[in-house]
Write a protein that binds this ligand. Structure first.
Ligand SMILES: Cc1ncc(COP(=O)(O)O)c(C=O)c1O
Length: 495
């Protein structure tokens, strides 16, 4: 039986109508609460003394009601332990004709009196994959290599005797020492120019994008987005009803000249310059400078999503665009959810100082501030060197996994497919034979228990050639081998 939370009792509310005695109304409330599932079989009921005082009625009134409900079989008392909703009630409730819990409502059913906003109905859906799929989940790191014992030691250090500040509402921008640790980390490792006062801790890149979109854009404002690009960013900009201008990417990343041709006056540009999502190229220095100059002269913003630069296999990763920009036009978005584990939900924004209070106002309207516990732990994790150690290890591991995946795809699929892979990240793109629809292969692979994303969900226009985005970060060598073998069979079958 489903376990229930102990100790809560719903508040009792009834009309103070004079025509019926109070104990009748109390009985009615209990019957209805039991029938509708507000009270469940076996649930303890507060004492008559407590209820009388809470409801400001005489204890006799409550005793009468309890007698009546006991006689009807709704409640039962156990000597010395109190009164309970009758344990054997499920059968009786069934006889009373209680319907099954309502079905979840599909989007298409939300019409007529169940109208929802047009915006929520229009948002592009994310590919939803059943839990427990094997290779090749996109965005999943090597969870079994995460230093759990170090993390739990740090949690225990802070949680055994938590300081008051950990239990209170925190600063809207985040926990000070964690922001300092992040500022030091991004300035040293990513070439970002900032101090801790510019760092806002958020739930992850996704929330960062959403807060940035809300703060910077009004409905209808135009924003360049990479084509193909990250569907989460498309959603974030859609959610503020910005008008998205797809700008193609090539070997040098976002084609800035094409952006200028399509929409020179755009209010913002969204880029993943370190490792373009999903194709993986690095934006060239020339394009970076061109973009920064455009933003300056046009009073536009650049939203830089540096979602997995930690996983760059090269010895000298290219610094962030934010560090190039002397005009304070870049909002830098980073995350620990990919390099540590996705359920952590800690990311950050680096915001130009003059925009910090505007970002705080928008943030306040959504979730006030971030949970302090993870921030306290993360601050120590960074400062004590565990983060840099973990990153060093993961780079070697991901490079090994990348190399094996590339080799296996070449071995099993040969020239039928084309691999688009960079010396970075936790995923690659496998372009499929032209005659094959990537969504169909994706569906078949999912049904066979293999996770991936179809390339076409990252495109606003159908791509000339479909592909599969394959995550390898969380897949060990044996499963890579096996996953490619099964995937190859599905692709061959789809030809
Ligand atoms: C390009 C890109 N940005 C942002 C995110 C979301 O990151 P987070 O889990 O921190 O919200 C992802 C996740 O896969 C991503 O691929």
């Amino acid at each position: 039986m489903k376990q229930r939370t102990a100790g809560f009792f719903p508040s009792i509310a009834f009309e103070r109508e004079k025509s019926r005695p109070m104990y009748h109304r109390l009985c009615d409330w209990f019957r209805s609460a039991i029938r509708t599932g507000q009270l469940h079989p076996g649930q303890k009921i507060p004492s008559t003394r407590y209820l009388a005082s809470e409801l400001r009625v005489s204890r006799i009134t409550v005793l009468y009601a309890f007698q009546q409900l006991t006689a009807e079989g709704y409640i039962e008392s156990s000597t010395g332990s109190g009164t309970y909703v009758t344990k054997s009630l499920p059968k009786k409730v069934g006889r009373l004709g209680i319907s099954k819990p309502p079905r979840l409502i599909e989007r298409s059913e939300c019409s007529g009196s169940r109208q929802i906003s047009q915006l929520s109905a229009k948002l592009v859906p994310f590919p939803t994959l059943p839990f427990g799929l094997d290779a090749f989940q996109v965005g999943l790191p090597a969870l079994d290599h995460f230093p759990v014992s170090t993390w739990s030691r740090l949690v225990a250090r802070h949680w055994r005797q938590p300081k008051r500040e950990m239990l209170m509402y925190g600063d809207r921008m985040g926990f000070g020492p964690c922001r300092e640790a992040i500022a030091e980390y991004v300035t040293t490792v990513r070439g970002v120019r900032c101090d801790a006062s510019q760092v806002m801790i958020v739930n992850g890149s996704q929330q960062g994008l959403q807060i940035a979109a809300r703060t910077l854009l009004d409905p209808g404002d135009q924003v360049w987005v990479e084509e193909p690009g990250y569907p989460g960013a498309i959603q974030a900009f859609q959610s503020v009803t910005a008008s998205q201008i797809p700008v193609p990417v090539d070997d040098e990343g976002l084609d800035v000249k094409e952006g200028l041709r399509r929409c020179p006056k755009a209010r913002a540009a969204f880029i993943t310059p370190s490792h373009q999502f999903p194709l993986g190229m690095t934006m060239s220095a020339e394009r970076r400078m061109m973009l920064v100059e455009w933003a300056f002269h046009n009073n536009s913003w650049i939203v830089e999503d540096d979602y997995d630069s930690e996983c760059d296999f090269c010895k000298c990763p290219i610094a962030a665009v934010q560090g190039l920009d002397t005009h304070r036009r870049v909002i830098y978005v980073g995350t620990f959810n990919r390099v540590l584990f996705p359920a952590l939900r800690v990311g950050y924004l680096v915001i130009p100082s003059d925009l910090a209070s505007a970002f705080c106002r928008i943030r306040q309207a959504s979730d006030i501030t971030h949970s302090t516990l993870e921030q306290v732990v993360l601050a120590d994790f960074i400062r004590e060197g565990h983060l840099s150690r973990h990153i060093r290890r993961m780079r070697v591991l991901y490079m090994e996994r990348n190399e094996l995946l590339v080799a296996e795809i070449k071995k099993q699929l040969g020239s039928a497919v084309e691999i688009v892979s960079a010396q970075a990240g936790m995923h690659l793109v496998c372009l499929l034979p032209e005659e094959v629809e990537d969504v169909i292969v994706w569906q078949r692979a999912t049904a066979a228990g293999i996770a991936s994303w179809p390339l076409s969900i990252c495109c606003q226009k159908k791509p000339a050639r479909g592909g599969l985005i394959l995550g390898y970060g969380g897949v060990d060598l044996k499963r890579i081998h096996d996953g490619v073998r099964r995937l190859a069979a599905i692709i061959q079958d789809s030809l």
